[in-house]
Design a protein around this ligand. Structure first.
Ligand code: 0L1
Ligand code: MG
Length: 269
């Protein structure tokens, strides 16, 4: 697994109207409309893609949304295999993406949403740049079971690495369960994703970069390339432990994480 792609400095994206791509990404997300991949006709690289992501989320913030954390993506082999991209990536979470635990989710406004089981960190203090696992955990106030609702805005859920980064790493919604003591061991917890009471994906938190705390370490390192730090009060989603499962209208979804508890929601058309 590579985690090095955010460091590119020789951008091939100069000459591309990144704001125009950001507007397209934002419009597609806002209206739940599928769009062609940007790399079909633009030589967008990773650095340019993160610039598009920042500008696209900037449009949401300008409409009044608040940044509440970050999501790490493609942090497990199952996820990488599912989408054919094998780089760890990150995206931004806003308050408008939060879905209350136990609530109902409408498919309106999504293109082709999926759900995946995750672990969430709540930060007590800032994290910035390269940190050790111990330093990362020392900044954590609490850990919780979580579900991420991802929704690529690209047609047929197909994209290259720069495409998915520009599309805020498919970030769309997130559900967080009850918070637990950060001293709770999380390196190898059983994780189950259920649909209508039946297990559809089973995995372990160890699938997340070998230990979810490594994902937090990566988050700290990667956001620094965007001149950001992880802020106190922010949530960091560590990434899916299993492949993601399509959301179906009328179904109920639940994530169970050993020792941490559950998180659930129901889908309506
Ligand atoms: O959270 C994730 O791992 C998703 C990252 C983007 C790829 C996808 O849409 O599955
Ligand atoms: Mg995820």
């Amino acid at each position: 697994m590579s985690t090095s792609t955010d460091t590119s400095t020789d951008s091939t994206s100069s000459g591309i109207d990144l704001d125009e791509l950001a507007t397209r990404a934002d419009d597609a997300a806002a209206h739940g409309v599928a769009i062609p991949q940007f790399t079909a006709d633009h030589d967008l690289d990773v650095a340019g893609a993160y610039a598009v992501q920042a500008a696209s989320i900037g449009r949401r913030l300008a409409r009044g949304e608040q940044l509440v954390g970050v999501k790490m993506g493609l942090t497990s082999r199952a996820k990488m295999t599912q989408v054919g991209v094998d780089e760890v990536i990150w995206g931004r979470l806003t308050d408008a993406m939060h879905v209350a635990d136990g609530s109902t989710v409408s498919l309106d406004g999504y293109v082709h949403p999926r759900v995946e089981p995750e672990i969430a960190f709540l930060l007590a203090s800032p994290l910035s740049g390269p940190v050790s696992a111990a330093q990362a955990m020392a900044a954590v106030a609490a850990v919780a079971p979580a579900a991420e609702i991802i929704d690529s805005r690209f047609e047929n859920f197909r994209f290259s690495l720069p495409d998915v980064i520009a599309d805020n790493s498919s970030s769309s919604g997130f559900v967080v369960g009850g918070w637990s003591d950060p001293a709770t061991p999380i390196s190898n917890l059983g994780m189950v994703l259920e649909r209508d009471g039946r297990a559809v994906e089973i995995g372990s938190s160890a699938a997340i970069l070998g230990d979810p705390v490594r994902s937090l370490v990566e988050a700290s390192r990667m956001v620094a390339h965007a001149n950001m730090q992880l802020e106190p009060g922010w949530i960091v989603l560590a990434g899916g432990a299993t492949a993601a499962v399509p959301l179906e209208a009328g179904s109920a979804y639940r994530v169970l994480v050993e020792h941490l508890g559950t998180v659930s929601f129901r889908v309506v058309p």
